[in-house]
Design a protein around this ligand. Structure first.
Ligand code: FES
Length: 99
């Protein structure tokens, strides 16, 4: 949980050939929002370090909890770690390693 004025955004999630729309709070991570919506999405460390959850950002603004632990190439080419990423706007992502 982070200290921001509560807001709800639309999170559009591409998993394989499916597209899902999730109502997501800015007070929970993208990973938690997707799990709460019943989506099967990859995770392991849930702390931003392993990269197992890394997903491609299509559009949207975000904040990262704590230090940004993404590889430089991930950050450069627009990949995020949903386990430590919070929405600051509507967002669209592509989940790469769906179970
Ligand atoms: S689950 Fe390890 S970086 Fe997200």
């Amino acid at each position: 949980m982070r200290d921001v004025k509560p807001a709800t955004y639309k999170l559009t999630v591409h998993i394989n050939d499916q597209v899902y729309e999730v109502k997501a709070s800015n007070n929970e991570t993208l990973l938690v929002s997707m799990e709460r919506a019943g989506l099967s999405v990859p995770s392991s460390c849930r702390a931003g370090g392993c990269g197992f959850c890394h997903s491609k950002l299509v559009s949207g603004k975000f904040s990262i909890a704590g230090a940004d632990k993404r590889r430089l190439a991930d950050a450069k080419f627009g990949y995020i770690h949903p386990c430590v990423t919070y929405l600051d706007s509507d967002m669209e992502i592509i989940v790469l390693q769906a179970k």
